[in-house]
Design a protein around this ligand. Structure first.
Ligand code: PLP
Length: 365
């Protein structure tokens, strides 16, 4: 056994040994408000129609390696011009991996404002790239443009990731700040628009204008997290290179058929995301009335809040004991100290969360 351990440490790259695997909590029997999922399923008629389309699938055959029909559906749904190319990934996580694999080389740097989505750092480091986080402003999690530009000048990053809106803070950075970053970046700037369905803002319109801009989307937060489909939009000059690294059958048959079907019923998904946005406003107002915490205004389908007079770890555990799972990010430290993140669920789920939280906080007080 110890010989096995020696072999592992001698064979594996030190950056792999140093990594911590991505952790998720078991949500069985809990109200699940931890992972930014859309809580709604589809109307019964739509489910029957979907199952009919699956009947035509041939699981004995390999999927279409180019996912042609799905790409056509995406182009139509998002009104993408023919001048732009599309890369599909098994979730946008895989897109981040493909993109960084294509660019990684000794001494390349990846930069992102922090706190942000942890996979940028995780994937960069496991590819042996240097990662630099640039702290957001403490007051409102806005982009500190001066520090960003300073960091760009010092490190000449090959890649900059900007989550727009940002996870886990929920805010949209100022458009003019991002434009300034696009102007001064020597490498590519990836706008990660995972939460676009809740934000009403996008950089897709700038793709023709900046040759170093790439826009990444996912269907996960829109309501199809289980299908695992993300995509990257940009000029063919970039995308055709990344395509070489994509494993031929990364988008399976069931995902291709189901995602195409879902996008052809986009109105249903839009109705659901609009409902989520309304409930986000309600949840935010309720959280704002609680003295023990400060909620941060969000353009995504979750709300970050900081406990002011209670211990976040304790509140998190008490919520879980009350049957409600949210995300504990209090131990990430820095600007996230004593912070928790709740996903906007169905109205009754949000109310259960609010009632439980109120009870826990008044017990503390
Ligand atoms: C959830 C999330 C993703 C990951 O999306 P998948 O397509 O499910 O892999 C990417 N970026 C951000 C900022 C996210 O919050």
């Amino acid at each position: 056994m110890s010989q096995g351990n020696d072999l592992v440490t001698s064979l594996l790259r030190p950056e792999i040994i140093a990594l911590k695997a991505y952790q998720t909590e078991d949500a069985s029997n809990l109200i699940k408000l931890d992972a930014m999922e859309n809580p709604y399923t589809w109307p019964a008629g739509m489910i029957s129609e979907w199952l009919e389309t699956l009947r035509q699938s041939e699981p004995n055959r390999y999927p279409d390696p180019n996912a042609k029909k799905l790409k056509t559906a995406i182009r139509k749904c998002y009104e993408l011009p023919d001048s732009l190319e599309l890369l599909l990934g098994n979730g946008s996580d895989e897109i981040i991996q493909i993109l960084l694999m294509a660019i990684s080389a000794t001494n390349t740097r990846v930069v992102a404002p922090e706190p942000t989505f942890v996979m940028y750092r995780q994937i960069a480091q496991c590819l042996g790239m240097n990662y630099e986080g640039v702290p957001l402003r403490e007051k409102d999690f806005s982009l500190d443009l001066e520090r960003m530009i300073e960091c760009i000048q010092r490190y000449q990053p090959a890649v900059i990731f900007i989550s727009y809106p940002n996870n886990p803070t929920g805010n949209l950075f100022a458009e003019e700040d991002i434009l300034a970053i696009l102007e001064s970046a020597p490498g590519v700037v990836v706008l990660d628009e995972a939460y676009a369905p809740f934000a009403g803002a996008t950089f897709l319109k700038y793709l023709g204008q900046f040759g170093n801009l790439l826009v990444m989307r996912t269907l996960s937060k829109l309501g199809l997290a289980g299908l695992r489909l993300g995509f990257l939009v940009g000029s063919p000059t970039w995308i055709n290179q990344f395509e070489k690294l994509r494993l031929p059958y990364n988008i399976n048959t069931l995902t291709q058929i189901s995602a195409e079907f879902a996008l052809s019923n986009y109105e249903i998904l839009r109705t659901q995301t609009q409902q989520i946005c309304e409930d986000r406003a309600y949840l935010f107002e309720k959280l704002r009335t609680m003295d023990a915490l400060t909620p941060f205004s969000s353009s995504a389908n979750f709300i970050l809040f900081r406990l002011e007079h209670a211990d976040a770890n304790q509140v998190y555990e008490n919520l879980k004991a009350a049957g409600i799972l949210i995300k504990n990010i209090a131990n990430a430290g820095g600007l996230l100290s004593n912070c928790l993140r709740v996903t906007v669920g169905k109205p009754e789920e949000n109310n259960s969360f609010l009632t439980a939280l109120d009870g826990i906080l008044s017990d503390h007080g």
